[in-house]
Design a protein around this ligand. Structure first.
Ligand SMILES: [Zn+2]
Length: 322
């Protein structure tokens, strides 16, 4: 046996021992209950990506990729743009023309309604998905000027009362407290309200029907998307993500039960409303661009679950390593 061959055998043996040792260490880790957090994280993100495909890129980006606000918002000051309207971002960066999406379903904004030939005095109920200022902003005016009844989840009514300055000129007076399964019927149409805590403790989602050229369409509305809740520490972040995930599962079931083929969300980047409103104009005799079918409605909730689970795994990892 030559020297170099002997050396090679020594190296091969050393590599073999190292491999056995590494395998032994991995087995020991598994036996000790150590988890492959990175692998779990990648699988959760991949599940969200697979579900999103090209339909829910905005939701995927917002919940899986963009940084999340992590701590509790305890500010009780009036938002800048309310105190001084000059501080509002340029109108062309956020304004979208009102659009009539279904025969009997429109944006409830006074100017937009009037453009569409609707009378805001006819508003009977305003159902607020959650008490963030971008969703509650106009409710005070509609309640005060037009006498509309306002429906919101109990914990979010509490938030409004806790931060009176933050909500000054925005928040309506406490009115109807939503309960799970509550039905609001007007003119033969019923909206069923589902409590879906997570985005905020009082977030509401809905199932309802609308008419498209006289045909009934089943719709699921998801009331809160981004991870704005406290999630910068394992406690209470892990539990808060679980609340959020459970709500997405629940809403997926409610959407499935009514065979929802349309998914509406609380911002236009999540359900592609902005682009779809433009597609509506060129629809001709084609299908309704919002009508994506039952499977795609279900995928929406899978995107949110996958991204929330991925973020939750990271917190579990931090907790295990601390
Ligand atoms: Zn919000």
């Amino acid at each position: 046996m030559g020297r170099s061959t002997r050396m090679r055998r020594v190296i091969v043996a050393a590599v073999a021992i190292a491999t056995v040792w590494a395998a032994g260490a991995a087995a020991q880790q598994r036996a000790a209950g150590a988890r492959d957090f990175d692998g779990e994280y990648r699988a959760a993100v991949q599940a969200a990506k697979d579900a999103a495909a090209f339909e829910f890129l905005g939701t995927l980006v917002r919940t899986c990729l963009l940084p999340q606000s992590g701590g509790e918002n305890t500010s009780d000051t009036m938002p800048d743009f309310v105190a001084d309207p000059k501080k509002a971002p340029a109108r062309e960066t956020w304004y979208a023309e009102p659009a009539k999406v279904f025969d009997d379903l429109e944006e409830l904004i006074v100017g937009g309604m009037q453009k569409l030939g609707l009378d805001p005095k006819q508003i009977k109920y305003i159902i607020i998905s959650h008490a963030h200022t971008d969703h509650i902003g106009g409710a005070e005016i509609l309640q005060r000027k037009y006498g509309a009844r306002v429906v919101m989840g109990a914990p979010d009514w509490d938030t409004v009362e806790k931060y009176p300055n933050r909500y000054k000129t925005m928040a309506p007076k406490r009115d109807i407290v939503a309960t799970d399964g509550m039905k609001i019927t007007l003119g033969g149409r019923t909206v069923t309200i589902w409590t879906t805590p997570g985005h905020t403790p009082g977030t509401l989602s809905y199932t309802f029907t609308a008419l498209d050229r006289g045909r009934t369409v089943n719709i699921a509305y998801s009331g809160g998307t981004a991870f704005n809740f406290v999630n910068n520490t394992p406690v209470p972040g892990i539990r808060n993500f679980q609340t959020y995930i459970d709500s997405q599962k629940k809403m997926a079931e409610k959407a499935s039960a009514v065979h929802a083929t349309v998914l509406l969300s609380n911002h236009s980047e999540f359900d592609n409303a902005y682009n779809k409103n433009r597609m509506l104009a060129g629809r001709g005799n084609g299908p309704h661009p919002y009508e994506i079918g039952e499977e795609w409605v279900q995928r929406y909730f899978k995107v949110m679950q996958g991204c929330a689970r991925a973020a939750q795994i990271r917190l579990e990892q931090r907790q295990a390593q601390s």
